[in-house]
Design a protein around this ligand. Structure first.
Ligand SMILES: [Zn+2]
Ligand SMILES: [Zn+2]
Length: 232
């Protein structure tokens, strides 16, 4: 008997979402049937930033037309809702670090470009001290391992604290994130895959890509787990 299933018998894991046994699930403690409800968004989206679009007729969103991003493209696995949202929450705020692996496996299903390094979106040092770990770096570590390329946490830094982004409007959010990131010259000449957990306005993706490109990165791509649709 495998150790995992033996441990499951000794210490039965209950799914925090539906309370059934979850010890044989790939996303313990979330059970297999809850995990299976996570959907890959395949509807119409902006070809550059991945913003879900209302119709198949527009290739690029308004923002990308008037202000083209520095990244080649950004893609999200799903919409920030349901079990995907819960799983990101459990990882981020409840410290369920083992969810990083099944979440990274979702990113592996996306069409990933050939790159030289995986770079997680960094937390500001004071956020990192509070949370003790960067959930995006955990996900990035598994993804980099899968792609057999290095995870580089030294290439992109968050230099400005932008903690409370929830109660600010879009304009202010964009203003707060302006110049919030700095990149190392070691990024020069590299093709970089930036990893994020949740994309809201896309400002983090844009600013990260700006910083890396200004430091000489050859190409920047962004993949994230979920797209949260702004309510304003
Ligand atoms: Zn469940
Ligand atoms: Zn766009």
């Amino acid at each position: 008997m495998a150790i995992a299933s033996l441990l499951g018998l000794l210490f039965p894991q209950r799914c925090p979402l539906c309370d059934t046994q979850a010890h044989s699930s790939r996303a313990v403690p979330i059970c297999e049937s809850c995990w299976a409800t996570i959907r890959h968004y395949t509807g119409p989206a902006c070809s550059l930033c991945g913003l879900p679009a209302v119709s198949h007729h527009t290739e690029r969103c308004q923002e990308c037309v008037s202000n083209p991003p520095a990244f080649v493209f950004a893609r999200c696995y799903g919409i920030y809702e349901g079990v995907l949202k819960e799983a990101i929450h459990f990882l981020k705020f409840n410290g369920m670090r083992r969810l990083a692996k099944p979440l990274a496996a979702l990113l592996c299903e996306l069409p990933l470009p050939a790159v030289d390094a995986v770079v997680p979106v960094p937390l500001h040092i004071s956020q990192l001290r509070k949370r003790e770990f960067n959930q995006t770096a955990l996900i990035g570590k598994h993804l980099a391992g899968h792609l057999r390329i290095p995870l580089r946490t030294d290439l992109l830094m968050k230099t400005k604290e932008t903690a409370a982004q929830i109660n600010v409007d879009r304009k202010e959010r964009l203003r707060n994130l302006k110049k919030a990131f700095a990149a190392s010259k070691d990024a020069s000449g590299l093709r970089i895959l930036v990893i994020d957990d949740v994309v809201t306005t896309g400002a983090t993706a844009r600013e990260s890509a700006n910083a890396l490109k200004n430091a000489g990165a050859k190409e920047v791509f962004v993949v994230a787990l979920a797209r949260s649709l702004p309510k304003y």
